[in-house]
Each structure stands twice: as structure tokens, then as C-alpha cells.
Design a protein around this ligand. Structure first.
Ligand code: NAD
Length: 369
């Protein structure tokens, strides 16, 4: 067996996501990565991450200091900073030819994304960390929903995402996620971006139009919506709704997605008291011609997913990171989650924000060819 080539990486930001998810992803394949550095103005966070990653990981208080010291050995970075720092951080490394795994939302607006797309033309690339696309269940659902026999034409959808913000900020009333200027918006950009992007992935359709209403309750500031209810049209004719809220006092962080097709249905149910929930799929066999028949045929997809993707880890952060590593080492663009692929996710978030402000239906901006 050949020894894997380690990819020389650095972490930009040493907060929750980089420490909990991306360090853990590195640890699933330790010989595949050499973590040379971490930068965070919060040196306590940076040191904690460095201690976890090993003696070779140096600590810096800025990306400039990091690049000056280890830039010549650096092959890639993982950016997990507050949203308003995504575009400047990604631009800094693109300009230096360093590929980036960039946390969601890739940017706070399509204008910011356009600027990164222009810089990408110079050479280095961005892979957007919408990790739900690397979940084996999502891959299975994509095949199921796009199978005309089993699912038929997608017709309508409903999605929910709920989180008690107080549980998330843990008493920090100055948390950047509460501030629309730092987070780029409220519940939609911070967490509804996950099911919105997942829906695009499993259906292969892009959002074209949205009408949204919202609430702007404290502790959110600077125009960040605390709740949003929105109606959508998509490129293949699919229509549906989103309800997202950071304000319920008693709710676990939970996501729910239902898609109805002409022949089949997909349910991801948020079990009470749990995050997310298992997926259930059902197709038109057996035929529904009696009242009790409506209740039959609903099967969790877990066993079918395992049979279809026996080697794929359930840890989508790890699969995502290894996909990024392969692209960097082979000098190619990633097959999944390029900036272009992510464009419509940022564009629909822009359109939701515009509709919340205008009270009107807004068109979703298209990526210029
Ligand atoms: N994919 C997911 O499931 C998921 C989950 C949580 C968060 N996220 C995303 O990860 C990103 C970070 O979120 P988090 O929860 O880790 O936030 P966090 O507040 O826990 O961490 C952010 C870190 O960035 C640091 N930072 C601030 N300015 C910096 C700078 N100029 N250079 C380097 N570091 C800087 C902060 O000090 C902090 O340690 C966000 O984009 C968020 O949306 C993704």
C-alpha cells in the first residue's frame, strides 16, 4: 500500500465549526493532512485547536501573519469565520493561489460571490462547505427523486428549520450571529441555507422566485430576521414553502423536509426532541385505491442507503474534506460544491432578504454565463 500524500493545510478561525467538525474530519484520515497553522484573533481558541492538531500546528493572530510565516508550504485553507469575513478571507487566499474550503454561507450576497468568481478565474478554487450534499442519504435521495418511475415529476415541497437562538449563543448577547451586518441576515442565511441548498441538490432545480414575510425580534439587530415564512417557485415547476425560526423557546435544532412528486414522496421528519430526523421515502407502488392504502408503504431509507453506498461514511464533514483534498492534490476543480454550483443558494437568500424588505415577490438573480 502506498503512503497517502499529506495535504498541508491551515485553519482560518478556531471557533465551533473548525474545532468540532473540521478537526474531527481531519482525524478520520490523519495521514492525509498536515495542519501547519491556525489563525484566530482569539488566541485561546487558536491554541486549543493547535493543541488538538499536534506539535507542527503554529498559532497566529491574523491570516496575514500566518501567510507570511507558512505561506510557502501551504496547499489549502479551511475558512470558518463569521460570515462577513468569508469574502475578504477567501479573496486573500485566492489572490495567493491557495484553494479554500469555505464554510456556508459562501458569501453574504451575490455581489460578494461575483467578486470571488472573478478571482477564481486566476487559478485557485473554492469548495463551499454545504456538507449536507455529502451525506449518503442525500445522494440516495437525489437518485430517488430524479427517477421518473419512482418519484415522477416533483410537484410541491415544505421545509422547516428551527433553532432556539438562546441555546446557540449561550448568554453572549453580542454574538456576531445576532447582527445582520456581521451575519449577512438572520435565520435564513445562517441555517435555512442548509435545507434550501439540499432541496436544490436532490431535485436538480434552482429557485427562480420568492415571496417572504418575517419577524425581526430581539436579540437580533441590524435587519436580521428572527423568523421567516416564504413561498418559492423553482426552475422545473416545483413550488413550495419554508418556515424558519430562531425564536421558539422549546425546540431542539431541527430540520424537516417534505417533497411530493407525481408518484412518490420524501419525508425528513424532525423527531420531537432530536436534531434532524431520519428520511422516509415512498413511491407509487402499491397503487392507492383505498383509504387505508394511503397509510402504507412508508419505509425508512437507511438500509437501502447502506446497501447503495456501503463504503461512504455517515460523517458528511469528513467526506466533504476528503473530496476537497483530492481536488487540491489532483489539481482539478471539485466535482461537488463549486462556487458556480452554490450560486443559486446565495441568490435565493438575496431574494428572500429583498422580499422581506419590499413585501413583494422577488426574482432570483441568475449567474451570468
Ligand atoms: N456547516 C455547518 O454545519 C456549520 C455549523 C456551524 C457553523 N457553521 C459556519 O461556520 C462558520 C463559523 O461559525 P462558528 O459557529 O464556528 O462561529 P464561532 O463564533 O464559534 O467561531 C468563529 C471564529 O472565528 C474567529 N475570527 C473572528 N475574526 C477572525 C479573523 N479575522 N480571522 C480568523 N478568525 C477570526 C473568532 O474569534 C471565532 O473563534 C460560519 O460561517 C457558520 O455559518 C457551519
Amino acid at each position: 500500500m502506498t503512503t497517502p500524500t499529506p495535504l498541508n493545510i491551515a485553519f482560518i478561525g478556531a471557533g465551533g465549526i473548525n474545532y468540532n467538525a473540521h478537526c474531527a474530519a481531519v482525524e478520520t484520515f490523519p495521514e492525509g493532512y498536515r495542519v501547519l497553522g491556525v489563525c484566530d484573533p482569539n488566541l485561546e481558541n487558536a491554541q486549543k485547536l493547535a493543541d488538538r492538531m499536534g506539535a507542527q500546528t503554529q498559532v497566529f493572530d491574523s491570516m496575514e501573519a500566518l501567510y507570511e510565516r507558512i505561506g510557502d508550504q501551504l496547499e489549502a485553507v479551511i475558512i470558518g469565520t463569521p460570515h462577513f469575513l468569508h469574502q475578504p478571507g477567501a479573496a486573500y487566499f485566492l489572490e495567493r493561489g491557495i484553494p479554500i474550503l469555505l464554510e456556508k454561507p459562501a458569501t453574504c450576497s451575490t455581489d460578494e460571490m461575483d467578486s470571488l468568481l472573478a478571482l477564481e478565474k486566476e487559478g485557485a478554487f473554492i469548495q463551499v462547505a454545504q456538507m449536507q450534499r455529502f451525506d449518503p442519504e442525500a445522494m440516495w435521495l437525489k437518485d430517488f427523486i430524479q427517477d421518473d418511475e419512482k418519484f415522477g415529476m416533483p410537484l410541491t415541497f415544505d421545509m422547516n428549520i428551527w433553532q432556539n437562538i438562546e441555546g446557540y449563543i449561550q448568554g453572549n448577547q453580542n454574538h456576531w450571529i445576532l447582527d445582520g451586518k456581521k451575519a449577512g441576515g438572520g435565520i435564513c442565511i445562517s441555517v435555512a441555507c442548509h435545507p434550501l441548498d439540499l432541496l436544490r441538490y436532490v431535485t436538480g432545480q434552482d429557485f427562480t422566485e420568492v415571496t417572504a414575510i418575517g419577524r425581526f425580534d430581539p436579540p437580533f439587530t441590524n435587519g436580521a430576521e428572527s423568523s421567516c415564512s416564504a413561498l418559492f417557485k423553482m426552475s422545473g415547476g416545483l413550488t413550495g414553502s419554508l418556515h424558519a425560526s430562531y425564536k421558539p423557546t422549546r425546540v431542539p435544532y431541527s430540520q424537516r423536509l417534505v417533497v411530493f412528486g407525481e408518484r412518490g414522496s420524501l419525508y425528513q421528519d424532525a423527531h420531537v426532541g432530536e436534531y434532524g430526523g431520519a428520511y422516509t421515502a415512498v413511491s407509487a407502488d402499491p397503487k392507492i385505491d383505498t383509504f387505508p392504502a394511503m397509510f402504507g408503504g412508508f419505509e425508512p431509507i437507511e438500509d437501502q442507503v447502506r446497501a447503495t453506498y456501503p463504503d461512504l461514511e455517515k460523517n458528511s464533514y469528513a467526506t466533504q474534506l476528503h473530496h476537497f483534498r483530492e481536488a487540491v492534490l489532483s489539481g482539478t476543480r471539485p466535482r461537488q460544491n463549486t462556487l458556480e454550483m452554490n450560486y443559486n443558494t446565495i441568490a435565493v437568500l438575496d431574494a428572500i432578504a429583498a422580499s422581506l424588505a419590499s413585501g413583494k415577490t422577488e426574482k432570483v438573480k441568475r449567474l451570468e454565463a
